[in-house]
Structures are given as C-alpha cells and as structure tokens.
Design a protein around this ligand. Structure first.
Ligand code: ASP
Ligand code: MG
Length: 451
C-alpha cells in the first residue's frame, strides 16, 4: 500500500509531440501538486525515426531521417521564449544521434540500437524541463538510467525491481521532497552502464515501476484517448468509455492488444495495489478510466480487444498418437528460443499454437526465426499460417456463466473461426479469424455484447 501522496504522471508521445502538446501536459502536471514525478515518452514519431536509423541506412536516407528528428524537436525549441538556453544541449544530442547512426550504418547491434533510440526520451525530457522553466516552474531533469537497472537483453530488457526500489529510495525519494522531477520512460541501463530499452511502448511500464519503487498513491497515464473503451473507437464508433475497470480486466485487454496500456504496466501496480488512471492530456476534463483492485458490479462482458498479424503454427506428429512427451519436447524447444506460447489447442496428433508477441522488441524483429522452424521440423511437420487476427472478449466469470456461447457465437455465424480458446481463464474468450475479417467480426460482436 502507498505511504505517500505522490502521483507519478506519464505522458505518451502525442502528449509531448509539439510545443502546444507539451504545454497542455505541463498544465496537467501543474494542476495537481501531488504530481511530483513526470515520466516522458519521446515526441511522437521520433522513436520510429531512431529505430530506422539504427537499422543502418545509406547516407541519403540517414540525412533525411536526421532532418526529420531535428525538425520535430526544433519546432519545439523555436517556440520557446528563450530558445538559446537549450540549443546547445539539443544540438549535442543531435550530434550524438548523427555519430551513432553513422556507426550503425557500418555495423548494427542491439546495444547500439538501444543507445541510439534512447535519445528520443532524453530529448523530450530535456525540452519539457525547459517548457516548465519558462513557465516559472522549477523542475529537475533526472537521468532514469541511474535507477532503472535492467538485464542486458537489449531491446527488451527486464528491470531489476529490487535494485530499482533501493536506488529510487536513495536517489529519487529525497529529491522529490524538494522539486518536481522530470525523467525518461522506456530506457534503462545494464550492469556495465550501457543503455537498454524495455521494448516498444515501455514508458508506461517505467511509470508503473517507479510508482511501485516509490510507493506512489497513483500512477497517471496521459495519452491521446480519454481512457479505456469497450473496444477501439476507430473500429467501432459506438464504443463506450469504461469508467472503472479491474487490474485483471485491464491486463487482459493490454495483453490482447488494446493499445492504451503497455501489457507489463499493470504488474507493478497490482503488486502493490496502486490505482492507475488513464486519461487524455488533450482533454483532461473529459475524465478517464480508473484501473484498480475491485469495481462495483463487474459485468459479464467488459471489453474486446483485437490483435493483428498473428501467426499460427500447427505441429503434426504421427508419433503423438498415444505418445507421451511430445508437448514437453515442443515446449522445451520454444523455451530454448525464449518464446512463450500464447494461444494453444491440441488434438490427438497435432497441436496448434500462436507465439506470444507481447512487449515486442524495440526493433520489432520476428520471433519466428528460421532456427526455431528448423528445430521444430526435426520433431514434427510444421505448418505456418500468417495474417490471422486474434479477437479477445474480456469479461468476468466467463467460463462459469451460462449463455456466453449463444451471445458470442450467434454474432459470429457468417465468419470462419480458425481457433478458439475458452475455459482456461474466466476473464477471456479468444479466437482467431482471418485478418481481413477482423474489423467486421469486432463490429458484429460489439453490437451483440455492448450496444
Ligand atoms: N518512445 C518509446 C516507443 O515509441 C516508448 C514509449 O513511447 O512508451 O516505443
Ligand atoms: Mg507510447
């Protein structure tokens, strides 16, 4: 349980995209004196540009990407009352990016990628401190890598939670008494001091980890939508905002592809029971969604999430008939390739599964490598189907209530269901459909279950 009134506020890429957005986010910070720790993403678009640079580019493309980054960040610098104060430091970072991108053009590496990509958050946090300063608010820029110690799994590093707590208590907690602190999401450092990243979208996770380490009273995630909706409003305009949702439900949604929260975000919040608020920095008055331990009258159907680009592996083994150990063998191989299984169904002689792509790596490389396929093929016949979509219905008590089947499958009559997972968790019911049908499936189900 929290021991303080501290609120950790995280602002996503669109909330720090430009001068206007940064000032709106500053308004949000200043509207509550309990917000004393601010965690920022890179300005919208910058991480993608940096990832492209890290891939190693020809001179001309490199110049173009660097120009784009410079343009986004200088659009903010130029609107400051005293742009000169910060120019030198921004230029120094841009020079670093240039140097590192030249190195990446010669030889890429995951360590170099993380070093390069970290500059998005370093820049946005630097600019935000200056925005605050010009508004006569003193704040301190803090390099989160001093406390966010991680493994050296570059691109998808795991935080050392115990060390983070210890370092946050000694290095951050005392400063929070004195000043507003602005720091970076997404980035960390491994034991040798090299920069790491937590995987794409990892800033939410940073905010939650810091909230846990500092025993905050709340973690606010400010983004460009006013909370969590019954489903993506871009697909279903009739989607409704959910005012209160439990950790379990929200975690299911994040895991199954709702883009509002990074899937790992809620783990620290759940561990220490800190409520998470999700709102829009563009329109804070519109309210948002509170994610907490318990809600009143949990509904049978809460929400729906859609995850595209799913790959289904079907493994056929004739030896599996009455055999033991085939699944163990399959899981062993997957474990050796650091892959966790997402959905799975089995029959007597085959098993069908999808790979868990949760918190994909910073560079987004595929989990399904040739090495993995080769190894699986030595065991059984492997069939790979791409371009499927996973639709997940999130709810409560799903596997024990009656009538779920009729409500759900009635709406799905015109569609092909490639695989169904139901019964292992009472919080979700998932299935795979052809990628091209995904939106129609979601629309039809939403009509049946939520409208
Ligand atoms: N800037 C990083 C990304 O785009 C981290 C984040 O935004 O959460 O993935
Ligand atoms: Mg983000």
């Amino acid at each position: 349980m929290s021991q303080s009134s501290l609120i950790v506020a995280k602002f996503g890429g669109t909330s720090v995209a430009d001068f206007v957005a940064m000032n709106r986010s500053a308004d949000v910070v200043l509207s509550d004196p309990n917000v004393r720790l601010v965690v920022l993403s890179a300005s919208a678009g910058v991480t993608n540009l940096l990832v492209s640079l890290a891939d190693g580019q020809e001179q001309e493309q490199r110049a173009y990407l660097l120009d784009e980054i410079r343009r986004i960040q200088y659009a903010i610098v130029d609107q400051l009352d005293q742009p000169d104060v910060i120019r030198e430091e921004v230029d120094r970072m841009l020079e670093n990016i240039t140097m590192l991108s030249e190195a990446a053009a010669l030889a890429t590496s995951s360590a170099l990628t993380d070093e390069l990509v970290s500059h998005g958050e370093l820049l946005s946090s630097l600019l935000f401190v200056e925005i605050l300063r010009q508004r006569k608010v003193e704040s301190v820029w803090f390099d989160v890598r001093k406390v966010m110690r991680t493994s050296d799994r570059f691109g998808r590093a795991e935080p050392d939670v115990a060390l983070l707590a210890e370092l946050s208590q000694s290095q951050l907690a005392p400063r929070l008494q004195e000043a507003l602190i602005v720091t970076q999401g997404f980035i960390g450092s491994e034991a040798k001091g090299r920069t790491t990243t937590l995987g794409r979208g990892g800033s939410d996770y940073t905010a939650a980890l810091l909230g846990e380490a500092l025993q905050a009273s709340r973690i606010d995630i400010w983004t460009d939508v006013a909370g969590i909706y019954t489903t993506d409003p871009r697909i279903v305009p009739a989607a409704k905002r959910i005012d209160e949702i439990t950790f379990e439900e929200a975690a299911e949604m994040a895991t199954f592809g709702a883009k509002v929260l990074h899937p790992a975000t809620l783990l620290p919040a759940v561990r220490c029971d800190i409520p998470v608020f999700v709102g829009s920095s563009k329109d804070p008055a519109a309210g948002g969604t509170r994610v907490c331990n318990q809600t009143q009258n949990p509904p049978l159907f809460r929400a729906m999430a859609l995850r595209r680009k799913q790959t289904l592996l079907t493994l056929h083994s004739l030896n599996m008939l009455h055999a033991r150990g085939f699944l163990a063998e399959v899981f062993n191989i997957l474990a050796r390739h650091s892959i966790s299984v997402d959905l799975i169904t089995t029959s007597e002689v085959s098993v069908a599964l999808t790979l868990d792509t949760t918190g994909s790596t910073t560079t987004g490389e595929s989990l399904l490598t040739q090495a993995l396929l080769t190894e699986l093929s030595s065991l059984c016949r492997v069939e790979v189907e791409e371009n499927l979509a996973l639709v997940a219905i999130i709810g409560n008590n799903l596997s024990h209530a009656c009538g779920v089947g009729k409500e759900v499958f009635g709406a799905l009559e015109p569609f092909n269901l490639r695989l169904i997972c139901y019964g292992a968790s009472s919080y979700n019911l998932c299935f795979l459909v052809p990628g091209d049908d995904a939106e129609q499936v979601v629309q039809a189900l939403h009509r049946n279950l939520f409208e």
